[in-house]
Design a protein around this ligand. Sequence first.
Ligand SMILES: C[S@@+](CC[C@H](N)C(=O)[O-])C[C@H]1O[C@@H](n2cnc3c(N)ncnc32)[C@H](O)[C@@H]1O
Length: 309
Amino acid sequence: MSNRPLPWRTAWDEALYGEDGFFRRSRPVDHFRTSVHVGLFAEAVAELARRTSAATVVDVGAGGGELLTALRTQLPGVHLLGVEVAPRPVDLHEDIGWEASLPDRVDGLLIANEWLDNVPCDVVELDDTGVVREVLVDPRTGEESLGEACGTAWLDAWWPLDEPGQRAEVGATRDAAWGAAVARVEGTAVAIDYGHRRADRPPFGSLRSYRGGREVDVRPDGSRDVTADVAVDAVAAAVGATVLRQREALAQLGVDGSRPPLELARTDPAAYLRDLGRAGEAAELGARGGLGDFWWIISDTHGHGTLAT
Ligand SMILES: C[S@@+](CC[C@H](N)C(=O)[O-])C[C@H]1O[C@@H](n2cnc3c(N)ncnc32)[C@H](O)[C@@H]1O
Protein backbone atom coordinates (compact mmCIF):
# COMPACT_ATOMS: atom_id res chain seq x y z
CA MET A 1 0.00 0.00 0.00
CA SER A 2 1.27 3.45 -0.88
CA ASN A 3 2.62 5.50 2.03
CA ARG A 4 2.29 8.82 0.23
CA PRO A 5 -0.84 10.83 -0.50
CA LEU A 6 -2.66 9.79 -3.67
CA PRO A 7 -5.55 11.35 -5.56
CA TRP A 8 -8.74 9.94 -4.05
CA ARG A 9 -9.75 8.29 -7.31
CA THR A 10 -6.49 6.31 -7.52
CA ALA A 11 -6.55 5.27 -3.87
CA TRP A 12 -10.27 4.34 -4.03
CA ASP A 13 -9.77 2.22 -7.15
CA GLU A 14 -6.87 0.33 -5.60
CA ALA A 15 -8.72 -0.13 -2.31
CA LEU A 16 -11.78 -1.74 -3.93
CA TYR A 17 -10.45 -3.37 -7.09
CA GLY A 18 -6.68 -3.76 -6.70
CA GLU A 19 -5.19 -7.24 -6.56
CA ASP A 20 -6.20 -7.62 -2.91
CA GLY A 21 -9.03 -5.09 -3.07
CA PHE A 22 -12.10 -5.11 -0.85
CA PHE A 23 -14.53 -6.37 -3.50
CA ARG A 24 -12.16 -9.09 -4.70
CA ARG A 25 -12.15 -10.64 -1.24
CA SER A 26 -15.53 -9.95 0.31
CA ARG A 27 -19.19 -10.36 -0.51
CA PRO A 28 -21.19 -7.12 -0.30
CA VAL A 29 -23.93 -8.88 1.73
CA ASP A 30 -21.46 -9.36 4.59
CA HIS A 31 -21.11 -5.59 4.89
CA PHE A 32 -24.39 -3.95 3.89
CA ARG A 33 -27.96 -4.74 2.94
CA THR A 34 -29.23 -3.69 -0.49
CA SER A 35 -32.54 -4.01 -2.34
CA VAL A 36 -31.48 -7.33 -3.88
CA HIS A 37 -31.65 -8.87 -0.42
CA VAL A 38 -35.36 -8.09 -0.21
CA GLY A 39 -37.38 -10.75 -2.03
CA LEU A 40 -39.93 -8.50 -3.72
CA PHE A 41 -37.21 -6.56 -5.53
CA ALA A 42 -36.51 -9.52 -7.82
CA GLU A 43 -40.22 -9.83 -8.54
CA ALA A 44 -40.25 -6.23 -9.74
CA VAL A 45 -37.19 -6.78 -11.92
CA ALA A 46 -38.79 -9.93 -13.34
CA GLU A 47 -41.92 -7.94 -14.15
CA LEU A 48 -39.80 -5.37 -15.97
CA ALA A 49 -38.05 -8.16 -17.92
CA ARG A 50 -41.42 -9.58 -18.95
CA ARG A 51 -42.84 -6.19 -19.95
CA THR A 52 -39.82 -5.49 -22.12
CA SER A 53 -39.71 -9.07 -23.52
CA ALA A 54 -36.09 -9.41 -22.40
CA ALA A 55 -34.44 -12.64 -23.56
CA THR A 56 -31.40 -11.87 -21.39
CA VAL A 57 -30.94 -10.17 -18.02
CA VAL A 58 -27.44 -8.95 -17.21
CA ASP A 59 -26.68 -7.84 -13.66
CA VAL A 60 -23.58 -5.65 -13.58
CA GLY A 61 -21.90 -5.44 -10.19
CA ALA A 62 -23.74 -8.66 -9.35
CA GLY A 63 -22.19 -9.08 -5.89
CA GLY A 64 -22.98 -12.60 -4.65
CA GLY A 65 -25.46 -13.25 -7.48
CA GLU A 66 -28.45 -12.81 -5.15
CA LEU A 67 -30.66 -11.03 -7.69
CA LEU A 68 -29.92 -13.53 -10.47
CA THR A 69 -30.54 -16.44 -8.13
CA ALA A 70 -33.96 -15.05 -7.28
CA LEU A 71 -34.72 -14.33 -10.96
CA ARG A 72 -33.87 -17.88 -12.06
CA THR A 73 -37.11 -19.34 -10.79
CA GLN A 74 -39.17 -16.35 -11.97
CA LEU A 75 -37.89 -16.07 -15.51
CA PRO A 76 -37.63 -19.59 -16.93
CA GLY A 77 -35.96 -19.59 -20.34
CA VAL A 78 -34.35 -16.17 -19.87
CA HIS A 79 -30.55 -16.11 -20.08
CA LEU A 80 -29.09 -14.71 -16.84
CA LEU A 81 -25.58 -13.29 -16.63
CA GLY A 82 -23.69 -11.75 -13.74
CA VAL A 83 -20.85 -9.31 -14.44
CA GLU A 84 -18.58 -8.97 -11.44
CA VAL A 85 -14.94 -8.34 -10.59
CA ALA A 86 -15.30 -10.86 -7.73
CA PRO A 87 -14.98 -14.56 -8.52
CA ARG A 88 -18.04 -16.62 -9.37
CA PRO A 89 -19.83 -17.58 -6.13
CA VAL A 90 -19.31 -21.28 -5.46
CA ASP A 91 -23.00 -21.82 -4.76
CA LEU A 92 -24.31 -20.05 -7.90
CA HIS A 93 -26.62 -22.23 -10.02
CA GLU A 94 -24.92 -23.58 -13.13
CA ASP A 95 -27.60 -22.03 -15.39
CA ILE A 96 -26.41 -18.54 -14.45
CA GLY A 97 -23.47 -17.14 -16.41
CA TRP A 98 -20.69 -15.14 -14.70
CA GLU A 99 -18.14 -12.88 -16.41
CA ALA A 100 -15.59 -10.30 -15.32
CA SER A 101 -16.64 -7.77 -17.95
CA LEU A 102 -19.71 -6.81 -19.93
CA PRO A 103 -20.38 -8.61 -23.19
CA ASP A 104 -20.09 -6.48 -26.34
CA ARG A 105 -23.84 -6.56 -26.71
CA VAL A 106 -26.73 -7.07 -24.32
CA ASP A 107 -30.04 -7.98 -25.95
CA GLY A 108 -32.53 -7.50 -23.17
CA LEU A 109 -32.34 -5.94 -19.73
CA LEU A 110 -29.23 -4.55 -18.04
CA ILE A 111 -29.55 -3.94 -14.29
CA ALA A 112 -26.95 -2.27 -12.07
CA ASN A 113 -28.01 -2.08 -8.44
CA GLU A 114 -25.59 -0.05 -6.31
CA TRP A 115 -22.78 -0.31 -8.85
CA LEU A 116 -22.21 3.35 -9.78
CA ASP A 117 -21.72 4.51 -6.18
CA ASN A 118 -18.66 2.25 -6.11
CA VAL A 119 -17.18 3.68 -9.32
CA PRO A 120 -14.27 5.77 -8.00
CA CYS A 121 -14.29 9.53 -8.56
CA ASP A 122 -11.91 12.41 -8.21
CA VAL A 123 -12.67 14.31 -5.02
CA VAL A 124 -12.15 18.09 -5.10
CA GLU A 125 -12.34 21.00 -2.69
CA LEU A 126 -12.58 24.76 -3.11
CA ASP A 127 -9.59 26.27 -1.29
CA ASP A 128 -9.42 29.56 0.62
CA THR A 129 -8.37 31.45 -2.50
CA GLY A 130 -11.30 30.17 -4.58
CA VAL A 131 -9.28 27.57 -6.52
CA VAL A 132 -10.69 24.05 -6.99
CA ARG A 133 -8.03 21.54 -5.93
CA GLU A 134 -7.78 17.80 -6.04
CA VAL A 135 -8.08 16.14 -2.61
CA LEU A 136 -5.27 13.68 -1.85
CA VAL A 137 -5.48 10.90 0.74
CA ASP A 138 -3.01 8.71 2.57
CA PRO A 139 -4.49 5.21 2.05
CA ARG A 140 -3.13 3.89 5.35
CA THR A 141 -4.59 6.58 7.58
CA GLY A 142 -7.26 8.35 5.54
CA GLU A 143 -5.49 11.65 6.24
CA GLU A 144 -6.22 14.18 3.52
CA SER A 145 -4.38 17.10 1.93
CA LEU A 146 -5.01 19.39 -1.01
CA GLY A 147 -3.15 18.80 -4.28
CA GLU A 148 -2.96 20.59 -7.59
CA ALA A 149 -5.62 22.84 -9.08
CA CYS A 150 -7.84 20.81 -11.37
CA GLY A 151 -10.21 21.16 -14.30
CA THR A 152 -13.76 22.20 -13.56
CA ALA A 153 -15.76 21.47 -16.74
CA TRP A 154 -17.90 18.74 -15.11
CA LEU A 155 -18.25 20.78 -11.90
CA ASP A 156 -19.34 23.88 -13.81
CA ALA A 157 -22.05 21.85 -15.52
CA TRP A 158 -23.24 19.74 -12.59
CA TRP A 159 -21.81 20.66 -9.19
CA PRO A 160 -20.52 24.24 -8.87
CA LEU A 161 -18.68 24.97 -5.61
CA ASP A 162 -19.33 28.39 -4.05
CA GLU A 163 -17.80 28.56 -0.58
CA PRO A 164 -14.24 27.71 0.54
CA GLY A 165 -14.18 24.24 2.09
CA GLN A 166 -17.01 22.90 -0.06
CA ARG A 167 -16.26 19.58 -1.71
CA ALA A 168 -17.55 17.48 -4.55
CA GLU A 169 -17.15 14.03 -6.00
CA VAL A 170 -16.58 14.53 -9.72
CA GLY A 171 -19.15 12.25 -11.35
CA ALA A 172 -17.55 12.18 -14.80
CA THR A 173 -16.27 8.64 -14.20
CA ARG A 174 -19.81 7.42 -13.36
CA ASP A 175 -21.25 9.17 -16.44
CA ALA A 176 -18.61 7.47 -18.59
CA ALA A 177 -19.03 4.05 -16.97
CA TRP A 178 -22.79 4.05 -17.40
CA GLY A 179 -22.52 5.50 -20.91
CA ALA A 180 -20.18 2.67 -21.93
CA ALA A 181 -22.54 0.08 -20.45
CA VAL A 182 -25.71 1.47 -22.01
CA ALA A 183 -24.02 1.72 -25.42
CA ARG A 184 -23.95 -2.10 -25.47
CA VAL A 185 -27.64 -2.53 -24.74
CA GLU A 186 -30.35 -3.30 -27.23
CA GLY A 187 -33.33 -3.07 -24.91
CA THR A 188 -33.58 -1.58 -21.42
CA ALA A 189 -30.90 -0.44 -18.98
CA VAL A 190 -31.54 0.53 -15.36
CA ALA A 191 -28.99 1.85 -12.87
CA ILE A 192 -30.36 1.95 -9.32
CA ASP A 193 -28.53 3.87 -6.65
CA TYR A 194 -28.55 6.46 -3.92
CA GLY A 195 -27.78 9.90 -5.17
CA HIS A 196 -28.61 13.55 -5.58
CA ARG A 197 -29.62 16.08 -8.18
CA ARG A 198 -28.28 19.55 -8.74
CA ALA A 199 -30.73 21.18 -6.34
CA ASP A 200 -29.72 18.94 -3.43
CA ARG A 201 -26.00 18.21 -3.70
CA PRO A 202 -24.32 17.57 -0.32
CA PRO A 203 -22.13 20.68 0.21
CA PHE A 204 -19.21 18.71 1.63
CA GLY A 205 -19.62 15.62 -0.54
CA SER A 206 -20.82 12.18 0.52
CA LEU A 207 -17.72 10.02 0.62
CA ARG A 208 -18.03 7.28 3.26
CA SER A 209 -17.12 3.71 4.23
CA TYR A 210 -18.95 0.65 5.48
CA ARG A 211 -17.73 -2.56 7.04
CA GLY A 212 -19.54 -5.40 8.76
CA GLY A 213 -22.91 -3.66 8.58
CA ARG A 214 -21.75 -0.37 10.10
CA GLU A 215 -20.55 2.99 8.83
CA VAL A 216 -16.87 3.38 9.73
CA ASP A 217 -14.22 6.06 9.16
CA VAL A 218 -13.71 6.64 5.47
CA ARG A 219 -10.36 5.20 4.44
CA PRO A 220 -9.17 3.61 1.18
CA ASP A 221 -7.06 0.89 2.84
CA GLY A 222 -8.86 -2.13 1.34
CA SER A 223 -10.44 -3.16 4.64
CA ARG A 224 -13.78 -1.46 3.95
CA ASP A 225 -16.20 -0.29 1.29
CA VAL A 226 -15.69 3.21 -0.12
CA THR A 227 -18.76 4.82 -1.66
CA ALA A 228 -20.20 8.20 -2.63
CA ASP A 229 -23.71 9.16 -3.74
CA VAL A 230 -24.30 9.34 -7.48
CA ALA A 231 -25.05 12.60 -9.31
CA VAL A 232 -28.02 10.92 -10.97
CA ASP A 233 -29.03 13.84 -13.17
CA ALA A 234 -25.57 13.92 -14.75
CA VAL A 235 -25.58 10.17 -15.37
CA ALA A 236 -29.07 10.37 -16.88
CA ALA A 237 -28.09 13.26 -19.15
CA ALA A 238 -25.05 11.32 -20.40
CA VAL A 239 -27.33 8.59 -21.80
CA GLY A 240 -30.63 10.42 -22.29
CA ALA A 241 -32.34 8.47 -19.49
CA THR A 242 -35.38 9.07 -17.31
CA VAL A 243 -34.94 9.31 -13.53
CA LEU A 244 -37.48 8.37 -10.89
CA ARG A 245 -37.51 7.30 -7.26
CA GLN A 246 -37.48 3.60 -6.43
CA ARG A 247 -40.85 3.86 -4.68
CA GLU A 248 -42.41 5.25 -7.89
CA ALA A 249 -40.69 2.64 -10.06
CA LEU A 250 -41.87 -0.23 -7.88
CA ALA A 251 -45.43 1.10 -7.79
CA GLN A 252 -45.42 1.23 -11.60
CA LEU A 253 -44.20 -2.37 -11.64
CA GLY A 254 -47.11 -3.47 -9.48
CA VAL A 255 -45.41 -3.81 -6.10
CA ASP A 256 -48.25 -3.37 -3.63
CA GLY A 257 -47.43 -2.43 -0.05
CA SER A 258 -50.93 -2.72 1.35
CA ARG A 259 -51.43 -4.99 4.35
CA PRO A 260 -53.72 -8.00 3.97
CA PRO A 261 -57.20 -7.74 5.54
CA LEU A 262 -57.31 -8.99 9.13
CA GLU A 263 -60.16 -11.28 8.12
CA LEU A 264 -57.64 -13.34 6.12
CA ALA A 265 -55.82 -14.21 9.35
CA ARG A 266 -58.90 -16.13 10.42
CA THR A 267 -59.82 -17.77 7.12
CA ASP A 268 -56.32 -18.55 5.82
CA PRO A 269 -53.58 -17.86 8.41
CA ALA A 270 -50.76 -19.05 6.12
CA ALA A 271 -51.84 -16.70 3.32
CA TYR A 272 -52.20 -13.88 5.83
CA LEU A 273 -48.65 -14.35 7.09
CA ARG A 274 -47.29 -14.58 3.54
CA ASP A 275 -49.08 -11.39 2.47
CA LEU A 276 -47.99 -9.63 5.65
CA GLY A 277 -44.38 -10.54 4.87
CA ARG A 278 -44.75 -9.18 1.34
CA ALA A 279 -46.24 -5.95 2.66
CA GLY A 280 -43.24 -5.61 4.97
CA GLU A 281 -40.84 -6.09 2.08
CA ALA A 282 -42.72 -3.56 -0.04
CA ALA A 283 -42.54 -1.09 2.83
CA GLU A 284 -38.78 -1.59 3.17
CA LEU A 285 -38.17 -1.16 -0.57
CA GLY A 286 -40.31 1.97 -0.72
CA ALA A 287 -39.34 3.57 2.59
CA ARG A 288 -38.81 7.32 2.80
CA GLY A 289 -35.33 8.01 4.14
CA GLY A 290 -34.39 4.49 3.04
CA LEU A 291 -34.43 2.32 -0.08
CA GLY A 292 -37.49 4.09 -1.49
CA ASP A 293 -35.41 7.25 -1.97
CA PHE A 294 -33.04 5.46 -4.33
CA TRP A 295 -33.08 6.57 -7.96
CA TRP A 296 -33.83 4.45 -11.01
CA ILE A 297 -32.03 5.77 -14.11
CA ILE A 298 -33.85 4.15 -17.02
CA SER A 299 -33.00 4.00 -20.73
CA ASP A 300 -34.81 2.07 -23.41
CA THR A 301 -33.56 1.71 -26.97
CA HIS A 302 -36.86 0.19 -28.16
CA GLY A 303 -38.85 3.29 -27.39
CA HIS A 304 -40.84 1.62 -24.63
CA GLY A 305 -42.11 4.22 -22.18
CA THR A 306 -40.67 4.42 -18.69
CA LEU A 307 -40.87 0.89 -17.28
CA ALA A 308 -42.90 -0.09 -20.36
CA THR A 309 -46.22 0.72 -18.72
C1 LIG B 1 -22.31 -2.30 -3.65
S1 LIG B 1 -21.96 -3.78 -4.45
C2 LIG B 1 -23.58 -4.18 -5.08
C3 LIG B 1 -23.80 -5.65 -5.25
C4 LIG B 1 -25.24 -6.03 -5.67
N1 LIG B 1 -25.58 -5.47 -6.94
C5 LIG B 1 -26.23 -5.60 -4.63
O1 LIG B 1 -27.07 -4.76 -4.93
O2 LIG B 1 -26.16 -6.11 -3.50
C6 LIG B 1 -21.10 -3.26 -5.90
C7 LIG B 1 -20.55 -4.42 -6.70
O3 LIG B 1 -20.09 -3.96 -7.96
C8 LIG B 1 -18.94 -4.70 -8.31
N2 LIG B 1 -18.22 -3.95 -9.35
C9 LIG B 1 -17.67 -2.74 -9.25
N3 LIG B 1 -17.11 -2.35 -10.41
C10 LIG B 1 -17.34 -3.35 -11.29
C11 LIG B 1 -17.02 -3.55 -12.66
N4 LIG B 1 -16.37 -2.62 -13.37
N5 LIG B 1 -17.41 -4.68 -13.24
C12 LIG B 1 -18.07 -5.63 -12.53
N6 LIG B 1 -18.41 -5.49 -11.22
C13 LIG B 1 -18.05 -4.37 -10.61
C14 LIG B 1 -18.21 -4.84 -7.00
O4 LIG B 1 -17.26 -5.87 -7.03
C15 LIG B 1 -19.36 -5.11 -6.03
O5 LIG B 1 -19.63 -6.48 -5.89
